[in-house]
Design a protein around this ligand. Structure first.
Ligand code: PRP
Length: 207
């Protein structure tokens, strides 16, 4: 699983533990998701392309850089919404494309109900945002959509992954690197990640 990146950052471990805690209220839960999304985004963007840029400092000329790639954020509704704000704080000039998908609770297959991709896109890299990679069905379906839209580079950014989801995503799309805070033990019989954090959508939105 060469494409799986699990964060080693102490702050990620600290905040993820608080996020998992069933006593964390939904206001704190959303704040933690925002912060964790920023930290994972830092790791997922280490290889972004740069172009040279010269600026004048008060002391003279400095040779510097600017981010050269046009980036699209693709949160998978609902739970992925909680990761958008943190990433936007780090990457201010991005496009946000929403994809609505829920998992049928009997078949565990993803059901798409919304897709707000532009018809023609110039983005060079898309970051898929979804905190939970469980069976991997939603992530694979989202990458399928983005590849049909001819997005040249795609990365998956999540918080917790199950081995089953990593296997499915990396088998279907070996070119898509996966960045997460933690790899958990397994899925249970109804497709929830164990130990996980419960339902990330419900915990963010108080439902
Ligand atoms: C959760 C999660 C992922 C999906 C992961 O969403 O946010 O999108 O399940 O499962 P998978 O890897 O097995 O496809 P959910 O269906 O609960 O919808 P919600 O975000 O609207 O709550």
């Amino acid at each position: 699983m060469a494409q799986l990146h699990i964060s080693k950052h102490p702050l990620v471990k600290h905040k993820l533990t608080a996020l998992r805690d069933k006593n964390t209220d939904f206001r704190s839960f959303r704040e933690l998701m925002r912060e964790l999304a920023m930290l994972i985004c830092y790791e997922a963007t280490l290889d972004l392309q740069l172009s040279p840029k010269t600026v004048q400092t008060p002391m003279g000329e400095a040779q510097g850089y600017k981010a050269a790639e046009i980036i699209g954020l693709v949160p998978i509704l609902r739970a992925g919404l909680g990761m958008v704000e943190g990433v936007l704080q780090l990457l201010p000039s991005v496009q946000v494309w929403h994809i609505g998908m829920y998992r049928d609770e009997h078949t565990l297959r993803p059901v798409q109900y919304y897709n707000r991709l532009p018809e023609n896109t110039s983005v060079q890299i898309c970051l898929i945002l979804d905190p939970m990679l469980a069976t991997g069905g939603s992530a694979v379906a989202t990458v399928d959509i983005l590849k049909k839209a001819h997005v040249p580079r795609i990365k998956y950014m999540g918080l917790i992954a199950a081995p089953e989801g990593v296997e499915r995503l990396s088998t279907a799309h070996p070119d898509v690197p996966i960045y997460v805070a933690e790899l958990d033990e397994r899925l249970n019989e109804v497709g929830f990640i164990i130990p996980g954090l419960g339902d990330a959508g419900d915990r963010q939105f108080g439902t």
